[in-house]
Design a binder for this molecule. Structure first.
Ligand code: PXG
Length: 470
């Protein structure tokens, strides 16, 4: 055991003891509590660079960056030092009542530098979900100030993910979430996602034409709701939790054109795509849009500590500042000094190590080439990447692209092989997805790909032995 690193653990328990205490008291997010209690949680005890260690001592390559957030990898001393220093100096003060703290000011300043042109202001929250709650409040406030209070409706997409608060889950297009708790809240409506594979790769329609058609669904919805009632459209540049769905190149420019035509606000939810994930600082730069608001979280601190917020573009900022009076909204932890200090260290590290450029020029293209090769695997119907995120759609019949029956849970089967072989890869239905840390080396990408290939082969053999595949 490494004794040089301090640990806050006061008791060393066995895995079984951890699991028993966990099952007795801890209700995990998005979890069937009873099923997990039977099986027992996996206990992650430490991590370094891109590798996790569990309570059994197993080493696991974390191809999901924690949960799409540990962009700079684990164990970065600069972030640890920043948090420690700030905890000693000033662990908390608020930004209400005409006060604030140096880290919050400096982070706002630095975010203005790294964000796309026109973004000079930020509103801080504690998470991505809270950031999207702020978006709903801000968008509606903006239209009130424009003398158009009837513009209330926000359009988003089925299978988009925008968080789990009432507004976040309502903006999101996860029907199973709406089914619990009477969602969506009023004034939120959804259109279909630009998912080429799910739409059956429509014959006679190129990917590019499909992208335009999918963007056209926004225009149809605007006309259906009434253009004078629509406040905003929100989307993730690349849908993350929905399965790393990279839209056709024609999609976002056409969405931008439609937003411009009807004067509605465009919100880019960059909780996953921000801070280098797509090979630019923000995914909207990769997709070629000019959003009015950008939601961020996760990668802003590389997940070392919770922080989120909304970058506010010129048009909305001007209205809020010059006409707005008091904006009746905020959180205790808006601009938390320790979180902001960690974010400052994280962003400076990304800058110093040129991680965004590295993803854009080297690692992203390297991963794309490797995924092109993987697409030849008999189980893979589609392989997509964007920067350092990727998806493999598992199919039963490669030629037709037809999939497995959902109840077979082939994705979960594949995920089981990944876990068993020291790789964290997520399954969204039968779509296997990755979003590894941006600090990876090419050799580590090779190591990850060898594991992915092994797990695909094991899944294939497993399916054949169960008689689910010829
Ligand atoms: N927007 C997007 C695009 C997200 O991916 C949120 C908002 C909400 O952020 P918070 O910090 O409130 O969780 C997210 C979060 C998954 C998974 O299964 C993805 C997220 C969260 C939990 C699970 O891939 N994304």
């Amino acid at each position: 055991m490494n004794t040089t690193r301090p640990t806050t653990r006061t008791t060393a328990r066995t895995t079984q003891e951890w699991q028993a205490a966990d099952a007795a008291h801890f209700l995990h997010p998005f979890t069937d509590f009873q099923a997990l209690a039977k099986k027992g949680s996996r206990i992650i005890t430490r991590a370094d660079n891109i590798y996790l260690t569990d309570s059994e001592g197993a080493r696991i390559l974390d191809a999901m960056s924690g949960l799409w957030c540990v962009n700079v990898g684990y164990g970065q001393q600069a972030l640890i030092d920043a948090a420690t220093r700030q905890l000693q100096e000033l662990p908390f003060y608020n930004s209400f009542f005409q006060t604030t703290t140096p880290p919050a000011i400096e982070l706002a300043e630095l975010l203005a530098q790294v964000s796309p042109p026109g973004f000079q202001h930020v509103f801080f929250s504690g998470s991505g979900s809270e950031g999207n709650d702020t978006v709903v409040r801000m968008v509606r406030r903006y239209w009130d100030l424009q003398g158009q209070p009837d513009r209330q409706v926000i359009i988003s997409r089925w299978n988009g993910y925008h968080g789990s608060t009432m507004a976040g889950a309502s903006l999101g297009g996860m029907a199973y979430m709406h089914a619990q708790g009477g969602l969506p809240i009023p004034g939120i409506t959804h259109i279909e996602q630009p998912h080429w594979f799910l739409h059956g790769r429509p014959k006679g329609l190129s990917r590019e034409d499909f992208g335009k058609q999918a963007a056209g669904w926004l225009e149809q919805k605007i006309l259906e709701v009434g253009p004078d009632k629509v406040a905003a459209f929100i989307g993730e540049p690349v849908q993350g939790a929905g399965g790393v769905i990279v839209p056709p190149e024609t999609y976002w420019p056409e969405i931008q054109r439609i937003c411009d035509q009807y004067g509605i606000l465009l919100v880019s939810d960059e909780v996953i795509c921000g801070f280098g994930r797509t090979g630019r600082w923000f995914g909207c730069e990769t997709m070629g849009t000019r959003p009015d608001l950008i939601t961020f979280a996760k990668g802003v601190t590389s997940g070392y500590i919770p922080l989120g917020g909304v970058l506010v573009g010129e048009r909305v900022a001007k209205a809020l500042i010059e006409q707005g009076g008091e904006f009746e909204h905020g959180y205790t932890y808006s601009g938390h000094p320790v979180a902001c200090a960690v974010a400052l260290a994280n962003i400076r590290l990304i800058q110093e190590q040129k991680l965004v450029e590295r993803v854009h020029d080297d690692l992203g293209p390297y991963l794309a080439d490797a995924f092109r090769e993987l697409s030849a695997h008999p189980l893979v119907g589609e392989a997509q990447t964007c920067g350092l995120m990727g998806a493999l759609q598992l199919v039963k019949d490669k030629a037709s692209g037809s999939g497995f029956a959902p109840e077979l849970e082939v994705g979960m089967l594949c995920r089981g092989h990944c876990f068993g072989n020291g790789l964290i890869m997520r399954a969204v239905g039968d779509r296997m997805i990755i979003a590894p840390p941006l600090v990876m080396t090419r050799a580590q990408i090779d190591e990850m790909l060898a594991l992915i290939r092994l797990c695909l082969d094991l899944t294939l053999a497993d399916l054949q032995s169960r008689g689910w595949l010829a």
